[in-house]
Design a protein around this ligand. Structure first.
Ligand SMILES: Cc1cc2nc3c(=O)[nH]c(=O)nc-3n(C[C@H](O)[C@H](O)[C@H](O)COP(=O)(O)OP(=O)(O)OC[C@H]3O[C@@H](n4cnc5c(N)ncnc54)[C@H](O)[C@@H]3O)c2cc1C
Length: 181
């Protein structure tokens, strides 16, 4: 990707700057950003807001509704593959669906580790995506008697987890705004 960008003289890539605002005018659009070098302005024909869930640009474009907490948290941990039952080590994405939770796990690092993600109903909604968490907080939040024993064995392995609260947004009715003349 970066080599494709380097080959195209019409593209200049600026890292380490935070876009803060933009203004549309008769000659296109000017974006203002802030970085180590101070404030920077860039002129272009159009602006594409791809700054993620907490998008500043989306708000600036007039969509002021903040992300909504989905009432769920995601917990993730890595387990050495040799500690997992052999049938759960296959190079596949394993998905276990339940009424109150779902669990996804798959091998990573060439099969040496298994990445586990557990999504549960939860009220914890702090921002960020890697808060430290403990197995002892996770297990009481699951109806363990309804979890397949092999998966429960897997979830029981890691003591420390990382967790993040899930947020979403209502879909936009319009994905573009033109400056009509
Ligand atoms: C731990 C974790 C694991 C995940 N695993 C999966 C998975 O396995 N499969 C899957 O489909 N999804 C996964 N997701 C979800 C996936 O990461 C998101 O859905 C996806 O990244 C959203 O893409 P995006 O381009 O909208 O935003 P982002 O990926 O968040 O990209 C936004 C970019 O904009 C930049 N930015 C933000 N504000 C500004 C600003 N003001 N100025 C300039 N730049 C700015 C950010 O630095 C970032 O680089 C995972 C998420 C997490 C947190």
């Amino acid at each position: 990707m970066s080599s494709a960008v380097a080959e195209n003289l019409d593209i200049s890539l600026r890292l380490g700057v935070r876009v803060e605002d933009f203004v549309a005018h008769d000659n296109g659009v000017t974006v203002s950003a802030h970085g180590r070098g101070g404030v920077w302005h860039e002129h272009g024909d159009a602006v594409i807001a791809a700054d993620g869930l907490w998008s500043v640009m989306r708000t600036r474009m007039g969509y002021r509704e903040p992300p909504r907490f989905a009432g769920r948290t995601a917990w993730r941990a890595l387990v050495p593959a040799e500690q997992a039952p052999p049938n759960l080590r296959a190079p596949l994405i394993h998905l276990w669906l339940g009424r109150e939770a779902h669990i996804v796990h798959y091998p990573v690092k060439g099969g040496a580790l298994i990445n586990i993600v557990v999504i549960i109903n939860d009220g914890w909604n702090a921002p960020g995506w890697s808060a430290p968490a403990q197995r002892d907080e996770l297990l009481p939040r699951l109806s363990v008697e309804r979890v397949a024993p092999a998966v429960l064995g897997l979830i029981n392995q890691p003591k420390t987890w990382l967790k993040w609260a899930l947020f979403d947004r209502r879909p936009l009715l319009n994905w573009s705004q033109a400056r009509w003349r």
